[in-house]
Design a protein around this ligand. Structure first.
Ligand SMILES: [Fe+2]
Length: 476
């Protein structure tokens, strides 16, 4: 018995588990008096996430008191003839007031592709407005379209209006928010998190809002992130993956590498999961050829500050200091990851395809059958922290960069063509666009390695891209 208990303690990660409430509970306000109800039973912060297949969607919302029931009423007409019951977990904020939030989650599992659905959420104690979503189906011109960005705060959320408008017009099918929300969700006993979730509702109640965690969610062991979002097949939402059309999208936490005060085992847990997931995706690559990763902190950048992406021994790229354990660049190269999406730097930067500081920049068409992954940093949605300035002279891996606030749009058309663009928040300008064309997906071949060597430039350890820069002794 004792041995069992010990194993349970060793392998069960308590820190990120939700506190599910018993569906047969009696809420604190319930007694024999039928006039008595909860203080705050009004649902708010309604948002959707993709359930892992086109017929499945997860609906999440919040109340400030226990409403007992968590119900979604939905249907193809405004009569909302179907309903599904969900569960409820209690999230107690780590701040001084220990604010209690009741997080409700329900899964709709019978969605027909291309069909428009009406829905509202709540219980006898209060219902939300009616929202709509459309069952995911490929676009007439092919595949699915995503809005992609990181680093959006409450204050100066520069891209927010445009994203809300475009989401409601179904300009994109899904959002990928690559970490850093609200600035910060825990601020003022979590009121900033509530405000953020309210301000994305006009996006996220209409299209699935997929997320990864950033450093701004660090407080109380990232509990605001873990409790407020609901990613598929993952109770904690830190690492997960899903297939959509020709793309396998993998979300994971860069922050596990930097906040080891919450434990080292989370790096290993995630690493083991990544390995398993990439192996599984590799077996299914004929059906789902693109592998796209997303996490908050990048491996490469050319911003002014001395972040991890500026270092030769970048933790994200090379793994833990000295041992190089859990280094992600080798892993993603090995499995032939096509595109790596990052944020954190408050800017937009497209890299040439590259691996191990060898930059594939010696051809006219670097993104046609690139022999190494393509990296993009898109962390410029807008916040009060202002944009991060670039170094004056870009290092060789930097193909395009901009400090204008905005967001990216990506369309994975089919097995061979992926389109990516950056839209400025001010005006309607597309400031950068590129196609990645791949006739083959999979592990890099000998020919790929030769191509990279022949047409790539190797950036040495002590490379200093301009003498006017006060180059870092450990590299750039
Ligand atoms: Fe960040």
């Amino acid at each position: 018995m004792a041995a069992h208990l010990l194993l349970f303690v060793l392998f069960f990660d308590f820190s990120h588990s939700h506190t599910f409430l018993n569906p047969n509970r009696t809420p604190h306000w319930k007694n024999d008096d039928p006039n008595q109800g909860p203080f705050f039973g009004q649902p708010e912060q309604v948002h959707l996430s993709y359930g892992g297949s086109p017929n499945k969607i997860i609906v999440t919302w919040l109340t400030f008191d226990d409403t007992l029931d968590s119900i979604v009423e939905y249907g193809e007409t405004e009569q909302l003839l179907s309903n599904v019951k969900g569960n409820c977990s209690l999230f107690i904020d780590g701040g001084e007031l220990k604010t209690r939030r009741y997080i409700h989650r329900a899964v709709i599992e019978d969605i027909k592709p291309g069909t428009k659905y009406y829905y509202h959420v709540g219980s006898e104690c209060g219902w939300s407005s009616v929202f709509t979503f459309k069952g995911l189906e490929p676009r007439p011109d092919g595949g699915y379209r995503f809005a992609v960005y990181g680093d959006m705060g409450n204050i100066n959320a520069r891209s927010l209006g445009k994203l809300q408008r475009l989401a409601q017009k179904r300009d994109f099918d899904m959002v990928l928010h690559v970490g850093d929300f609200a600035y910060d969700m825990d601020t003022k006993n979590g009121k900033f998190g509530d405000e953020f979730m309210r301000q994305i509702e006009p996006i996220a109640a209409y299209v699935p809002y997929m997320t990864v965690v950033g450093n701004h969610e660090e407080a109380y062991n990232f509990s605001h992130y873990a409790n407020r979002f609901s990613m598929p097949d993952s109770e904690h939402s830190f690492f997960y993956s899903f297939d959509i059309g020709p793309a396998h999208i993998v979300g994971f936490s860069s922050e596990f590498y930097f906040y080891t005060k919450y434990g080292w085992e989370q790096i290993a847990n995630q690493w083991n999961w990544l390995l398993k997931d990439l192996k599984k995706a590799e077996k299914n690559r004929k059906n789902v050829p693109w592998i796209i990763t997303m996490a908050h902190k990048p491996m490469y950048c050319s911003d002014f500050y001395g972040d991890d992406c500026k270092l030769y021994e970048s933790v994200m790229r090379r793994g833990l200091p000295l041992t190089h354990a859990y280094g992600l660049e080798n892993l993603f190269f090995k499995y032939g990851v096509d595109l790596e999406i990052w944020a954190h730097e408050h800017s937009y930067e497209r890299m040439f395809p590259l691996f191990n500081r060898t930059v594939y920049n010696g051809t006219d068409s670097p993104y046609v059958n690139p022999p190494a992954p393509v990296h993009v940093v898109t962390g410029s949605a807008g916040c009060q922290e202002e944009v991060v300035p670039f170094e004056k002279h870009p290092p060789p891996w930097s193909a395009f960069r901009s400090s204008l606030y905005g967001f990216s749009r990506m369309q994975v058309f089919n097995a061979t063509h992926l389109y990516f663009e950056q839209v400025a928040a001010a005006g309607d300008d597309v400031i950068d666009s590129f196609w990645v064309v791949k006739n083959r997906h999979g592990r890099p071949t000998q020919n790929d390695k030769k191509k990279l060597e022949t047409f790539g430039s190797r950036i040495p350890f002590n490379y200093c891209h301009h003498e006017s820069h006060n180059c870092h002794p450990n590299g750039l």
